[in-house]
Design a binder for this molecule. Sequence first.
Ligand code: NDP
Length: 322
Amino acid sequence: MKAIRVHEQGGPENLALDDLPVPEPAKDDLLIRIDAAGLNYIDTYHRSGLYPLDFPITLGLEGGGTVEKVGDDVNGFEAGDRVGWGTCQGSYAEYIAAPAAKVVKLPEDVTTEQAAAVMLQGMTVHYLTHSTYLLEAGKTALVHAAAGGVGLLMVQVAKKLGATVIGTAGTAEKAELAKAAGADEVILYTEQDFEAETRRLTEGAGVDVAYDSVGKATWEGSMNSLKPRGYLVLFGNASGPVPPIDPLILTQKGSLFLTRPNLMGYTLTRDELDQRAGDILRWVGDGSLDLRIDRRVQLAEAADAHRALESRDTKGKVLIVP
Ligand code: NDP
């Protein structure tokens, strides 16, 4: 089978299209024929070495496909099941042997391609808005990169929960997309000072929570945009990692909360995974969560897709179709 592997850390040029044997599922695994894999920013951190892994690795955590073989100790799945996953390493490939514990069956009204487009980013948005900080009517959230893969989903789910959303975006076209997804206000943070704008839009009050996945370039402005006792949720490094933070700064800026979560930490049990995936897939199925597919590329074009994501050229989801 064809797979995109990385043999040593580096840039997109390090993505190799390799020929590998179709994997044999271990006793707790499912062998899945992959229809589509989702591209996520974390794949670039795995490639660059920002999040260290033992090389060689097959890239990609997210996808949708059909079960071909079931490991001896697996219950509840059979060949032919259509499935999705968001935390299984090795998804930029034609097949994956994935731990059944991390895979969910898809409802009839959700395609395997939709699953590849939503499992990781959708469940991320679910935990950030329902668990890390519970958004609800009367709360205001600052959402950076609101026209990105995570961003467009976050805006929609935050509005579903009744919150007020102030998004940021890098271009006017992206700002329009974030608005169309439901954002109450969008700040063009490449041209405007988003901290001053957030203060102005909240009549000086600041926001209850700042969801910041841009990292190095924005974390300080995000912190300065919060109400007293607000939540600074740092969850990504699109512009680079955030430097060490002295906890005393949280006192000085208004008794703030700081957290740095990831999806694995919020899908710790089968129940938790089923609950988050269940909500997200139900919303996709009933049409209340819109998925914007920016582009579909083949495995051999994965390096170009990385370049596009890292140069802020994408709007919504990029799919890799083997
Ligand atoms: P996006 O589609 O959001 O792409 C990243 C966006 O970040 C860009 O389009 C751009 O939007 C913005 N950005 C701002 N500055 C930069 C920069 N210097 N370089 C590149 N992009 C920049 O990606 P994803 O939806 O895949 O991921 C979004 C973020 O969420 C990532 O940081 C990712 O690591 C994080 N994440 C974290 C998870 C977790 O559980 N902790 C899970 C999933 C994602 P614009 O032009 O509008 O500024």
